[in-house]
Design a protein around this ligand. Structure first.
Ligand SMILES: Cc1cc2nc3c(=O)[nH]c(=O)nc-3n(C[C@H](O)[C@H](O)[C@H](O)COP(=O)(O)O)c2cc1C
Length: 378
């Protein structure tokens, strides 16, 4: 292991605990929470954990190879960093730290529309391979400006979010005034004072802003103009304008998958936004099964929500996902370990995934499917 690998934090729960002790409470609650009663959040991890893999022990096999081709690029591992807004509020320079780690380890980094660093800077740090996630703007000219920004910065993939027609009901965020932009109440200030290292680092790096939005006049008016409700017309217009690969994120049904294919999307991310939107929704692994069964080979099927470990990534790939993304894991690691957090998490996941693959005699990521005991589709 290189010296950047911290042996003290070998599991995601250890990193989560450390992150909790390092960032202000109201910010940790924003990162950690799901929605309503956190039922969907818990279901995601529980149902992934139920997926079992079958080993073949009496068989010759070579070292496991994690390399995975996606949209014409061969990544070093079958997972990437999911888009997360407000990253720099959670830990100073978090998007920069994660983009650099993604470039170093050749995995995709997805920039959120609401991140705290410019697209140009992130894409430079991510070696020109960062994907851009778009919340659908209300005004077509604003949408076009955002698309142009992503195109000019050289982002190869656009990730359009489908699963936010409304804002998820997150009682802790309402109570904490955690909105866009976050409210600075006396209680929040006291919670910040309880994390002096975070405060000093934030002062040192400067107050984070919604860097992408800052260049548009909408922010100056004090609110963001997004119309998150997608329909076929809006997607068709984007498909028409965006020359790169188009991925729809937040797909939770066979019906929406069919529409995504019809409208010419190149990929989907089966996702429930990490359990942050629809508490009575299915877990992401439960949705994946029927979608793979019906549409395998017709569109790139990726997945996120609830993956915490290398074995979880193996479970998802065995269930038919062609690529995976993780959100909270990466922010826990950055909040816990600062500048080393991104690469620590990537290395840890790679090591765990490789161990599982070699344990079950699986040489290639694409062969994990042969080890699935039972798909979570019923
Ligand atoms: C704090 C936080 C902020 C997020 N912000 C965004 C965002 O700006 N855009 C987006 O498409 N998804 C966003 N998501 C959802 C993630 O992209 C991803 O779907 C989710 O985190 C995956 O679940 P996991 O955290 O269990 O890995 C956010 C998730 C979290 C936890």
């Amino acid at each position: 292991m290189k010296n950047s690998y911290k042996n003290d934090y070998l599991t995601t729960s250890e990193l989560r605990r450390r992150a909790k002790s390092k960032i202000p409470k109201f910010i940790f609650q924003y990162l950690d929470g799901g929605c309503n009663d956190n039922i969907n959040l818990a279901k995601n991890t529980k149902e992934i954990g139920d997926i079992e893999l079958k080993p073949f022990y009496i068989r010759e096999h070579k070292e496991a190879d994690l390399k995975t081709e996606l949209f014409g690029h061969v990544y070093d591992a079958p997972f990437g960093i999911a888009p997360m807004g407000l990253q720099g509020f959670m830990w100073p320079n978090a998007p920069e730290i994660l983009a650099k780690a993604a470039a170093k380890y050749n995995v995709p980094f997805v920039i959120s529309t609401l991140t705290t660093c410019t697209v140009e800077r992130i894409n430079e740090l991510a070696g020109g391979r960062a994907w851009f996630q778009l919340y659908h703007p209300e005004k077509p000219d604003f949408r076009d400006k955002l698309l142009k920004k992503a195109e000019d910065a050289g982002c190869p993939v656009l990730v359009l979010v489908a699963d936010m027609p409304t804002k998820g009901y997150r009682p802790w965020d309402v109570r904490n005034g955690f909105d866009m932009p976050p409210e600075i109440s006396i209680r929040n200030i006291l919670q910040m004072m309880a994390r002096p290292k975070w405060v000093l680092k934030t002062i040192y790096h400067g107050r984070p802003t919604f860097a992408i939005m800052k260049s548009f006049e909408d922010e100056k008016e004090g609110r963001f103009y997004f119309d998150h409700k997608l329909d076929e017309r809006k997607i068709a217009e984007i498909r028409d304008k965006w020359k790169g690969k188009l991925v729809i994120k937040g797909i939770s049904s066979e019906e929406d998958t069919e529409t995504a294919i019809k409208l010419g999307a190149d990929g989907i991310i089966v996702s429930n936004h990490g359990g942050r939107q629809l508490d009575p929704g299915q877990s992401s692994i439960a949705m994946l099964g029927p979608i793979v069964k019906k549409f395998e080979g017709k569109i790139k099927i990726m997945m996120d929500s609830g993956l915490r470990t290398g074995p979880d990534i193996a479970r998802s790939l065995a269930s038919g996902a062609e690529f995976t993304f993780l959100g909270r894991n990466f922010m826990y690691a950055v909040a816990a370990l600062g500048a080393y957090g991104g690469e620590h998490m990537i290395r840890s996941l790679e090591m765990q995934l490789k161990q599982v693959m070699e344990q079950i005699s699986c040489e290639q990521v694409g062969d994990l499917k042969n080890h699935l005991v039972k798909r979570a589709d019923c």
